[in-house]
Design a protein around this ligand. Structure first.
Ligand code: CP
Ligand code: NVA
Length: 293
C-alpha cells in the first residue's frame, strides 16, 4: 500500500515520476484517456482551514473519475476524541484512500494516505513548487532556492528534504528562534545554509520563496512572530540581489506587507497563481501514482 506522507520518505525516482506525469496531466486536462480513480471514493479529513488544497483535491479526484467526501475533523467523532487509528480502520473498510490535513503526522496506515499539510511537512505544496519552477526555468538541479521567514515550519522542512533528493542548493534566512535544527539539516544531507542575513540568502538565487509568518495553530504567537520576523520580508530589494531571471513564489495565503511587499506580490502574481493552479495537476499525478504504481 502506498502513501505520500513526506518528501523525506519519498524516493527520488517517485518524485521525478510524479513531476513528469503532472506535466502530461496538465496538457491532457479535460481529455484523460484513463480514469485511475473510476469507482473509487476517497475521504478528505481536515482539522485546519484550506482553500487551494481542498479545491484542488476535490476537482482532481473528480477529474480522475472518483468521488471525494470532505470531512471536517470537528464534524466527525474524531473531533470528540475517537482515536485516529479507529477512524482509519473504519475508513479502511469503506473508502479507497484518505487525504489528511492535521497537526501531528498521524497514522492512517490502514489506507493509502496523502499528507495535505501537517505541522511537520507540506509535501504536495513543495512538489508543486518544484514542478512550477521546472516548467518555467528547466531542471532545478544545481539551482539556488532561497527561503525567507519561519524557517522551521512545514513548508521549509519539505524544501529541506527536497534539496538533497533533487540536488539543489537551499538557503534559509530566518531569525534564530525560527531556524530549522542542525540535526534536521544534517539528516537531510542537502546542500543547505541557514543564515540570519536575508541578503546572503538572496545572493544569486534562482528562486525567492516565502510563506506566512503565523502558520495555522500558531495564532497565539502572532504578536511575537510578527515582531521577530519583520526583517525577513521579500521585496524588490531582495530581488535586486538574486539572479536576473529569479522567480518569486509564495505558497499562499499571502499577507501583504508582512512576509511579502504588496507591490512585489502583484508584480509576481502570474507565477504565484500558476503555482496555485499547479496544485491541481501535481496532486492528480500523486493520486495516479498511489493507485497505479
Ligand atoms: N498553500 C496551501 O496549502 O493553501 P491552502 O491552505 O489554502 O490549502
Ligand atoms: N506554513 C503554513 C502553510 C500554509 C499553506 C501553515 O502551516 O499555515
Amino acid at each position: 500500500m502506498k502513501h505520500l506522507l513526506s518528501i523525506e520518505h519519498l524516493a527520488k525516482e517517485d518524485i521525478e515520476h510524479i513531476l513528469k506525469r503532472a506535466g502530461t496531466l496538465k496538457k491532457e486536462r479535460g481529455n484523460h484517456s484513463k480514469l485511475p480513480l473510476r469507482d473509487q471514493t476517497w475521504a478528505m479529513i481536515f482539522s485546519k482551514s484550506s482553500t487551494r488544497t481542498r479545491v484542488s483535491f476535490e476537482v482532481g479526484v473528480h477529474e480522475l473519475g472518483g468521488k471525494l467526501l470532505f470531512l471536517n475533523a470537528n464534524d466527525i467523532q474524531l473531533g470528540r476524541g475517537e482515536p485516529i487509528k479507529d477512524t482509519a480502520r473504519v475508513l479502511g473498510r469503506m473508502v479507497h484512500g484518505a487525504i489528511i490535513r492535521t497537526y501531528a503526522q498521524s497514522d492512517y496506515s490502514q489506507i493509502p494516505t496523502i499528507n495535505a499539510l501537517t505541522d511537520w511537512e507540506h509535501p504536495c505544496q513543495i512538489l508543486t513548487d518544484i514542478f512550477t519552477f521546472q516548467e518555467k526555468r528547466g531542471p532545478i538541479h544545481g539551482k539556488k532556492v532561497a527561503f525567507f521567514g519561519d524557517g522551521a515550519c512545514n513548508v521549509p522542512i519539505s524544501w529541506i528534504f527536497a534539496s538533497a533528493k533533487l540536488d539543489f542548493e537551499l538557503a534559509i534566512s530566518a531569525p534564530p528562534d525560527f531556524q530549522p535544527s542542525i540535526e534536521l539539516i544534517q539528516r537531510s544531507k542537502g546542500n543547505i545554509t541557514v543564515t540570519e542575513n536575508p541578503d546572503e540568502a538572496a545572493a544569486n538565487s534562482d528562486l525567492l520563496y516565502t510563506d506566512v509568518w503565523v502558520s495555522m495553530g500558531k495564532e497565539k504567537e502572532a504578536v511575537e512572530r510578527l515582531e521577530k520576523l519583520k526583517g525577513f520580508q521579500i521585496n524588490s530589494g531582495t530581488k535586486a540581489l538574486a539572479a536576473p531571471d529569479a522567480l518569486v513564489m509564495h505558497c499562499l495565503p499571502a499577507y501583504r506587507d508582512k512576509e511579502i511587499a504588496e507591490s512585489f506580490f502583484e508584480e509576481h502574481a502570474d507565477t504565484i497563481f500558476d503555482q496555485a493552479e499547479n496544485r491541481l495537476h501535481v496532486q492528480k499525478a500523486i493520486l495516479e501514482w498511489i493507485v497505479c504504481r
